[in-house]
Design a protein around this ligand. Sequence first.
Ligand code: NDP
Length: 494
Amino acid sequence: MSTSAVATTPEQALSHVRQTQLLIGGEFRDAAGGKTFDTINPATEETIASVAYAQQEDVDAAVKAARRALERGDWAKMDARDRGACLYRLADLLEKHIDELAALETLDNGKPIGESRNVDLPLVIDVFRYYAGWADKIEGDTVPIRGNFFTYIRREPVGVCGQIIPWNFPLLMLSWKWGPALAAGCTSVLKPAEQTPLTALRVGELALEAGFPPGVTNVLPGYGDTGEHIVKHPDVDKVAFTGEYKTAQQIMSDAAPTLKRLTFELGGKSPNIIFADADLDAATQGAFIGLYLNQGQVCCAGSRLLVEDSIHDEFVDRLTQMSENRKVGDPFSEETEQGPQVDQQQFDKIMRYIEAGKTEGAQCLTGGGRDGNRGYFIRPTVFTNVRDDMSIARDEIFGPVMNIMRFKDFDEVIQRGNDTFYGLAAGVWTRDLSKAHRTAHALRAGTVWVNCYDKFDAAAPFGGHKMSGQGRELGQLALESYTEPKTVTINLDG
Ligand code: NDP
């Protein structure tokens, strides 16, 4: 897939705002009672558009449409290979509209246009193509049982899926949800985050153009209460959620009465471990991107940077220099490397952590404050002398705040690396192959990257140990959570 420069202005991006209504049963419509909310451009703090705000009645209608599509009509009858063809066509349409979608994503989320266009969108398209290929390869099994019987296991769609996604990678999270769900033959009621509803609505429109029958892909923008209605709905079979662990706890409790299937992809406080024998240039670059990508708003950000004693000071100097040079500003400029945080709430949260770091005794080497006086921009921030018990070392900051800590030996770094209730990801940098394997095996994390970081692929499962989630997204494993096995036994003497 080619990458390219994109000449876009905020005004051009605004002209791409097409759909702001709810998508229910193949039609765009206002929310019950005409309720709306504003979505804000985080770079200017100006309102982009007023978007329909889904209420209980709308959730009921969307779930009904999704149920109907699942059990009757074209989707229910469609051959698996044709479901795959719909996914391929959607991927083609996303590619055709790639510049428009990238501009919309940048407008609503604030991520630099180069990242939207050349990182997020290509991954999104790849995820849809990957699952398109899976649609007709979800096979069952035959089982030899006692007696003259033929027993086989079918893998059926789990059903109507409530899919609740966050604002940090709006399109990518949509693709991680819709890709496996639609390949497996499920239907979806998707709630984008209140901060970033625009691209999901546009992809909903493109999904209809791609040939997904009405009711298969419903999109309901709204706040937490919209999500709660979806979770509590008795006719939703499964909820897939990405976001904060506290919201997941609430969802688990709300889903208990109906015993829904649940998968969660939650946060992290991922250790990124740099051994003294690492390729320092590569490790510095990996540590830098592993923290600052997407303004630090990444669930697997390498936010505990553990550096071996003998290279610690040089590493700190390099990262401080690189952080000072990072270009923060207008996300529509091709030069920009870091845009604004997504909203006032996230901005305030990060600033609170920066202040806590300073008062708890960490040393702030660069950054540590707001950038400019309009928009939610924060200067890339580096802390050293960080102790493991400080809040900046324990909590998910979700911002451009780097904590660098030193370690002396292998056992110590493994113990400290695992000393967190999260377990999403980890990084290891070393030229010693056996040390790389030993470290990867000893860390309790769903993903370990060795001599790389943030290497995502549609085929590589992603998810967390401990409080970082349950179940896996991406790869073949994600399909398991979107299918329900059914055992069929036939009496061959009958
Ligand atoms: P949330 O977990 O609140 O939001 C994620 C999604 O869940 C949003 O669509 C949200 O809706 C929805 N939601 C909120 N409450 C409920 C509920 N009771 N039932 C169902 N759905 C609900 O995260 P925040 O956006 O508030 O961010 C808080 C922190 O979470 C961040 O600072 C970061 O630390 C972490 N986070 C982690 C992410 C990850 O990738 N793992 C992604 C985003 C955040 P609404 O849009 O209205 O909030």
